[in-house]
Design a protein. Sequence first.
Length: 264
Amino acid sequence: MERDGENDGVDATLSALATEIADAERVVALTGAGVSVPSGIPPFRGESNGDGPDPVWNTHDPADFHRRRFDADPERFWTDRLSLRETLYGGGVEPNAAHEALATLEARGHLDALLTQNVDGLHAAAGSESVVELHGTSARVVCDRCGATQPADPVWERVREGERPPTCDCGGVLKPDVVLFGEPLPDEGFDRAQRAARRCAVFLAVGSSLTVRPAALLPEIAAESGGTLAVINLDPTEYDERADYDIRADATEALPALVAALDG
Ligand code: ZN
């Protein structure tokens, strides 16, 4: 949106989209890493480009965070996870303008469900309520034996002090309440997401490359059910051809502009 000559096109597209959202019975959004990156959270994949932080998987080995590693060596899993956590959230992270805009859309009755691939908890922190965290949340840990969950922060304190792996009162090993490599998406969240995608009149895919399945199937479900598909992303996605609105822009600029257009 900062590029000269493209502003008018993006503005016109956003205002047409805003009109459609204002008239829509149900609107659903799906967010990916592109919504978290402006909060200072590095992307997981991609090229190092010099000005942003290195993609996480360029500096950490995804195999260290696989379910098999958790089962085989939970002590070292948690040690590596602590390092990963510092990389992701070390500077302390806050919701950005994209999170705020989505919370505003919901508060004004223009957003019925917010599906996210992100595990940083920033949508909830921004005040969004109808959030479906498809890959879980790093704000909680879950006992691998009894299934009880608890807030993650006090557990991270124990991990920093050397309790590795941290354990539940029942003696079971605690696990971050996120979907690890090698684990399926929880059925309940994905079922809710599929239902929301099927029923919506407008589906907004924001800051996601739409390549990580099964979450990437959701725009297709929405489009096949007759929903309008809008893609807001800095880079091309595989849905650009099929999208009714293909908006190549940063979510922190496009979403506040969309909220402003709805007000206008
Ligand atoms: Zn337990």
